[in-house]
Design a protein around this ligand. Structure first.
Ligand SMILES: Cc1cc2nc3c(=O)[nH]c(=O)nc-3n(C[C@H](O)[C@H](O)[C@H](O)COP(=O)(O)O)c2cc1C
Length: 372
């Protein structure tokens, strides 16, 4: 499955793996794919430590970093101080939920320990600080979620030889990213864990490929098997961008209680919801999200206000290990994530599955040629 993007990214297999966990990122890059570190839970100092660790561990092998710039709407920190202005009705709803679900008050330590809370409220300034740290490291790929990266950052990244990847959820986003200097597009279907659009991968990828012209496209969303990689390549993608499947690996630092929930979950147990951050994001269904979808619940606020509303309660739930309220972004592929295996085993299973699927397609093709 060696495609042009392998050459450009300096990797052996076009399997990109998004994870907040440096061990997963390192293991994927060591296996021949490209690990991409998600940054939302880190302070700039923490991110610097994680990237320095990756630099040492990978000894020049490529890895990537994912930043959320948040588009024009991400407010500055001063705006966040206006939390007192969160609508009264929403505050009352959250207070009643905290009561009903018996969520204890947060001591605040889960923010440092797990980054819970920090990942709910992303500001332009925080993204900028994380970006400055990133640009000091030998990062091969800089991914920009929720809109293209600002022009001056793209320029600096390109000057350092980095590739820019843009995540797109509909074909209308393609132009903005190409205009913004993206070298690579990630067509993210509605099946995907985290922020996602409404279009399925099967319909989205060919449209993005056609609109992207010579710019390579990766398929993302619900990918958990090698046969889906073969399908993605058949749709015109040059590779795949994965996230969820790495959550249940042995290397993943996800809370073990949530890992167990994921291993038991079916594809139906995820929901695309604005309840967590204010932007539509696919999550594991839990009591907190469910409550926001009940009749009579207020409409979630736009980002970042919704995240601010949730922050205290969710941090409290994490600190107490309340599994009914704890959750994670995860895609519909969760129904295929049933055992906890090492990153290496998952990676090689993908390669093997791809080989079987490619041979199957080849056999069908050969049989039809012979028939003709
Ligand atoms: C736990 C989790 C957190 C995520 N956080 C981010 C993020 O901060 N930035 C981002 O660009 N994408 C994020 N994503 C989305 C991934 O980049 C990717 O698009 C998605 O995982 C692909 O779909 P899949 O999860 O079905 O493999 C996240 C995904 C998961 C599962």
């Amino acid at each position: 499955m060696y495609t042009e993007i392998c050459e450009r990214a300096g990797i052996r297999y076009p399997i990109f793996a998004f994870s907040h966990c440096r061990d997963v990122v390192a293991a994927v890059s060591l296996a021949g794919g490209l690990g991409v570190l998600g940054t939302t839970r880190y302070s700039p100092e923490q991110l610097d430590r994680e990237l320095s660790w990756l630099d040492r561990k990978l000894e020049g092998r490529p890895y990537g970093v994912d930043l959320i710039f948040g588009g024009e709407s991400a407010p500055e920190p001063e705006a966040l101080d206006q939390s007192a202005r969160l609508p009264e009705g929403h505050r009352r709803f959250v207070a009643s939920l905290i009561d009903r679900l018996q969520i204890p008050r947060s001591g605040g330590h889960a923010i440092e320990q797990f980054g819970v809370g920090r990942n709910l409220v992303m500001t332009a300034r925080h993204a900028q600080e994380l970006c400055e740290v990133t640009l000091r490291h030998p990062v091969r790929l800089l991914a920009s979620a929720l809109g293209p990266a600002p022009g001056e950052i793209v320029e600096q990244a390109h000057a350092r030889g980095m590739l820019i990847a843009g995540l797109v959820g509909r074909v209308e986003h393609v132009r903005r990213h190409l205009f913004g200097g993206s070298d690579l597009l990630v067509a993210t279907g509605t099946e995907a864990g985290g922020h996602c659009g409404e279009i399925g991968v099967m319909a989205l990828v060919p449209q993005v490929v056609a609109a992207a012209g010579p710019i390579p496209v990766l398929a993302a969303g619900g990918i958990a098997t090698g046969s889906q990689i073969a399908a993605s390549l058949a749709l015109g993608a040059q590779g795949v961008w994965t996230g969820s499947i790495w959550l249940t690996t042995t290397e993943s630092d996800l809370d073990p209680l949530i890992k167990q929930k994921l291993l038991a979950a079916r594809s139906l147990d995820t929901i695309r919801s604005r309840a967590m951050t204010g932007k539509p994001s696919r999550q594991l269904l839990n009591a907190w999200i469910e409550a926001w979808h009940q009749p009579g619940a207020p409409d979630p606020l736009p980002a970042p206000w919704q995240g601010m509303l949730n922050e205290g309660a969710l941090v409290g739930a994490y600190e107490q290990g309340m599994t009914s309220v704890m959750g994670t972004p995860v895609g519909q592929g969760v129904g295929m994530m049933n055992t906890e295996d090492s990153v290496r085993d998952v990676f090689y299973r993908l390669l093997e599955g791809y080989g079987v699927a490619a041979e199957r397609c080849q056999a069908v093709y050969s049989a039809s040629i012979n028939q003709a």
